[in-house]
Write a protein that binds this ligand. Structure first.
Ligand code: ADP
Ligand code: MG
Length: 257
């Protein structure tokens, strides 16, 4: 990597706590333009917290996150599906138009140009005819396609995806990974949380293994090793051990490991 290449996003000794329990400890990471990075790790390891911290949704206990731009529109974020309320009375077009609002400002009218962009995005995600459908009628895969179309209109430089392929069918994954790769080729910085080791090994050149602290970080083939995965599991186990003191919980954890 060349010396003068500045990261688009940089964590310097970041620590984050919820109430009194540490979620992330002393995290230092750099992300570059056009990079495709996966975040892996045990449940509760701080993956979602890391993405939220980039958006400023959780306060830092200490350290610093440097961003090439602090404009709201420059970061696109897809939360875990479990965090999204789909009962809201919106159509597919409404949701995608919201991406345009983030790019252009909320008080700009949706004009013909935006409508053309919405249609193009719908075609790109394989939902050409679905614009007027209500959100709650979509399958998990279709809904994720809609969120990707929204992200296209937002046109952000940094794209954060939290477990985008959990509960999504194989065809959708294949279509959406193509879009993610295109985003990286366009010079955007992509960070994706995933539990699927094989998927990460196939598509992501860089990875971070996170278990409250960074266990490993760099080229995926050096990060996903048995030794590192064991260490991540051990760290999360020790952490749970110190958080659950009652005998019943301890017994359960011991049997589980
Ligand atoms: P992951 O996404 O890797 O499963 P999270 O970032 O969601 O992990 O959570 C990291 C830790 O922080 C967990 O112990 C979780 O219980 C805790 N945590 C997450 N969100 C909150 C919150 N809003 N309030 C209190 N604790 C939280
Ligand atoms: Mg999570």
């Amino acid at each position: 990597m060349s010396q003068d290449l500045k990261p688009t996003l940089s964590f310097k000794n970041v620590t984050i706590a919820y109430k009194n329990s540490l979620a992330l400890e002393n995290i230092s990471l750099d992300f570059f333009k056009g990079s495709l990075t996966a975040i892996l790790g045990p449940n509760g390891g701080g993956k979602s917290t890391l993405l939220k911290s980039i958006l400023g949704l959780v306060p830092l206990e200490s350290g610093e996150i440097k961003k090439f731009s602090s404009k709201y529109k420059d970061i696109a974020y897809l939360p875990q599906q479990t965090e999204i309320d789909r009962t809201f009375p919106l159509t597919v077009n409404d949701v995608i138009a919201f991406g345009a609002c983030q790019a252009k400002g909320f008080f700009k009218e949706i004009n013909q140009e935006t409508n053309v962009s919405i249609q193009k995005a719908l075609e790109k995600v394989g939902l050409k005819e679905a614009g007027s459908r209500s959100l709650h009628t979509l399958s998990g895969g279709q809904f994720q396609r809609v969120l990707f179309a929204r992200t296209m209109l937002q046109d952000a430089q940094i794209i954060l995806l939290d477990e985008p392929f959990a509960a999504v069918d194989r065809f959708t994954i294949e279509d959406l990974i193509k879009i993610i790769k295109e985003w990286a080729t366009e010079g955007r910085t992509i960070i994706v949380v995933s539990h699927d080791l094989e998927f990460v090994q196939t598509y992501f050149p860089q990875s971070i293994l996170l278990a409250r602290r960074v266990i490993a970080y760099g080229p995926t083939e050096k990060v996903i090793t048995l030794k590192n995965l064991r260490q991540a599991r051990q760290v999360s186990y020790e952490w749970e051990e110190s958080n659950f003191q009652d005998d019943k919980t301890m017994q359960f954890l011991k049997n589980d490991v």
